[in-house]
Ligand binder design. Structure first.
Ligand code: 5AD
Ligand code: FES
Length: 350
């Protein structure tokens, strides 16, 4: 397995059969894989860990993804949406805590018209000119993405979920398609956003072949960010009885992504921290360099339950901020006060 890993380090990719082998082999080469990933991360980002303040602005959603707890069909969810003032107050708190990126995340909530969103984005942009504004609001038209970008948004997160079209249809109702999802991602790139994509590890029906396709899709898209986390069942969804994804496989994929896209921004996700109390630390030690603590008001945290047992739903923003600082320092890394843009990677440079 070491030769395959070395070849991944040099070539930034692998033939499909080798990639499949690396995804399915036993854990004996994991330490070596993480070591290589850490070395590459070190070259680009040193010991710095970037933080993003996550503001979960609405749990209304018009979609019905089979895996997601806030799907439209879940009648048990108590719905909320934050006002512009509440969002700005989260940013204010976050700024004081050293955040220089705000992520506005939400379900696909049509209450926020383009005009309302443009007002919110412009207000954050003018109040915090030194901060990055990241949006994670789902599928929109080219025109809408463009209007948000012109208002001052810099980055957009939209996971492709799975690059296999049939698998996509097993995870979503007919109203959603992999084709449109990928169209959105290419639109976002064309407009000039720094783009993040990603997928769940161990989602229902996922095979190693699907994961190879996901990695190939990511290699083609060349996103600045890739978010991956284990699938965690939510008891009020059609996927309630499917098994959760594997932490070990998620860590392996984080390391592989670091080697494929050396300068990519890779979060150690909350889902990883939910399945393993040391999950986020392990993610960093496998090559991740970003962490996304919650800045949402504590009063709404439990309502943004996309999967069961989500961590940090009772803690104040400041508590998470300092908890994470301790955790990150305990493994020899440091949180920096910085927008945390992706570094440039030029092929053949190394
Ligand atoms: N388990 C893990 N991740 C999930 N997501 C949605 N539902 C779940 C779940 N049950 C992920 C999806 C989505 C992101 C916001 O959260 O990949 O894009
Ligand atoms: Fe939220 Fe530790 S990060 S309590």
């Amino acid at each position: 397995m070491k030769e395959i890993i070395n070849s991944l380090v040099v070539n930034r990719n692998l033939p499909e059969k080798d990639m499949k082998m690396l995804l399915t082999c036993d854990s004996s080469a994991d330490a070596y894989l993480y070591e290589q990933a850490q070395k590459v991360r070190q070259q680009y980002y040193g010991n710095d860990i970037y933080i993003r303040g996550l503001i979960e602005m609405s749990n209304y959603c018009k979609n019905n993804c089979y895996y997601c707890g806030i799907r439209a069909g879940n009648q048990e969810v108590s719905r909320y949406r934050l006002s512009a003032e509440e969002i700005l107050s989260c940013c204010g708190q976050g700024y004081q805590l050293g955040f220089r990126t705000f992520v506005l995340q939400g379900g696909e909530d049509m209450y926020y018209t383009d005009a309302i969103m443009v007002d919110i984005i412009s207000a954050i942009r003018s109040k915090y000119p030194d901060c990055a504004i990241t949006l994670s609001l789902g599928e929109r038209s080219y025109e809408t993405y463009k209007a948000y970008f012109d208002a001052g948004a810099d980055r957009y997160l939209l996971r492709h979920e799975t690059a296999d079209f049939y698998h996509y249809s097993q995870l979503h109702p007919d109203t959603l398609s992999a084709e449109n999802r990928q169209r959105c991602l290419y639109d976002l790139k064309r407009i000039g956003y720094q783009v993040g994509t990603g997928f769940m590890v161990g989602s229902p029906y996922q095979t190693p072949e699907h994961l190879v396709k996901d990695l190939n899709f990511i290699a083609r898209l060349q996103p600045q960010m890739v978010g991956i986390g284990p699938f965690i069942p939510h008891h009020q969804t059609p996927f309630a009885d499917f098994p959760q994804g594997s932490v070990a496989l998620t860590l392996r994929l984080i390391a592989i992504l670091r080697l494929m896209l050396p300068a990519v921004l890779l979060p150690a996700t909350t889902a990883l921290g939910t399945l393993d109390p040391q999950g986020r630390e392990k993610g960093i030690l496998a090559g991740a360099n970003v962490i996304m603590p919650n800045l949402s008001p504590v009063s709404v945290r439990k309502k943004y339950q996309i999967y069961d047992h989500k961590i940090c739903t009772g803690e104040e923003a400041a508590e998470c901020r300092f908890c994470l600082q301790k955790r990150i320092e305990s493994i020899g890394y440091q949180i920096v006060v910085d927008r945390g843009d992706a570094k440039q990677y030029t092929k053949n440079q190394m």
